[in-house]
Design a protein around this ligand. Structure first.
Ligand code: FPP
Ligand code: MG
Length: 331
């Protein structure tokens, strides 16, 4: 079931977003439509375009999203898709959304270029449909996203990563684009384009939901069910990406047993699967998983507190349910 299915009005707007994406990637008879079409048809959550649409509806009294908003929501999803194509190459991940990643089916050279194509199309949509002030907000956000991806590569294998640096990284990687999705939906639906209290509140909600979302994502990488997440467990650990559960557990590792196991996994020698199981058990038993889940809850709670400042209505209610579903998700 699609993530937005319980909210048919949002689903209807998102069907329009999907059509825009389909038409943007359909080039006559080529590899672009075939490769990207295959990715676009997979069961994506469409969170970011959903946020754009929802923010627009909150701003304009619950009316369906305008054509401009639908195109901007499509642009944000296409930017996200481009970043995932590149991310799977960088992470050497074999699957995406339960199927082979694009670089596996088409080779890395084509996959990089297909990502670039989406990226370029996304910017074209923004140039055509956004106010120039919003188009200007987009470039630093993308720069921050890419910087976070660079930091993640740079930090690989660094076992003394601070929670602060981790947070900075996930803000760049996820929260910025969540916040931007809300910002664009809200401000583009404001006739004056003013950055008022509702716009600021929605942006803060996006930020807090984004941090919470990424923490849950990092938990699912350790303890999620691959049949539901569509990705094998332990991808982060295998490639030496240190996330919050491990940061928490490494703070109580006086005999350096855990850090020894993590290094062995990274080297890829010996019984990696057995070591991964041991690390997971240790994270569970030490309380590191539940402590991490509590941090995700804190950010969701902050988003819910902000929500109270928004005008009462069906769309505010939907946003509240979405916050809970994101925290409790298993995929
Ligand atoms: C997924 O994280 C990755 C991202 C949200 C962004 C990665 C960004 C880049 C690679 C920069 C390229 C950007 C553009 C705009 C072309 P994850 O690896 O934790 O999640 P996953 O488990 O779903 O892969
Ligand atoms: Mg990845």
């Amino acid at each position: 079931m699609s993530f937005w299915a319980p909210f048919p009005e949002i689903q209807q707007d998102l069907d329009r977003v999907r059509s825009v994406i389909d038409s943007e990637i359909s080039t006559p008879g080529g590899i672009v439509s075939q490769g990207l079409g295959d990715l676009a048809r997979r069961d994506a959550k469409l969170l970011r375009p959903g946020f754009t649409v929802l923010a627009a509806r909150i701003r304009n009294g619950g009316n369906p999203a305008s054509e401009g908003i639908v195109h901007l929501a499509a642009a944000i999803e296409m930017l996200h898709m481009a970043s995932l194509i590149h991310d799977d190459i960088v992470d050497n991940a074999a699957t995406r959304r339960g199927q082979e990643a694009l670089h596996v089916t088409h080779g890395s050279r084509l996959a990089v270029l297909l990502g670039d194509f989406l990226f370029a199309r996304s910017f074209t949509l923004v140039a055509e449909h956004a106010r120039s002030s919003n188009a200007r907000v987009l470039s630093p956000s993308v720069a921050r996203l890419v910087s976070a991806a660079i930091a993640e590569v740079n930090d690989q294998g660094q076992l003394d990563l601070s929670p602060r640096r981790y947070l900075h990284r996930i803000v760049g990687k996820t929260a910025i684009l969540f916040a931007l999705s809300f910002h664009v939906g809200a401000v583009e639906s404001t006739p004056t384009g003013e950055d008022d209290r509702v716009v600021q509140t929605l942006r803060r909600i996006g930020y807090n939901l984004g941090v919470g979302f990424q923490i849950v994502d990092d938990l699912l990488d350790i303890s999620g069910d691959p049949a539901k997440t569509g990705k094998p467990r332990g991808t982060d650990l295998r490639s030496g990406i240190i996330t919050l559960p491990l940061i928490v557990a490494l703070q109580q590792d006086p005999k350096n047993e855990l850090s020894g196991m993590v290094r062995e996994i990274r080297r890829g020698r010996g019984h990696v699967d057995r070591l991964l199981e041991q690390v997971t058990r240790r994270l569970e038993q030490s309380g590191a998983l539940s402590a991490t889940a509590a941090v995700a809850e804190r950010y969701t709670h902050r988003a819910n507190r902000e929500l109270m400042r928004l005008p009462l209505g069906r769309d505010r209610e939907i946003l509240g349910s979405v916050a809970v579903r994101l925290l409790q998700r298993s995929a």
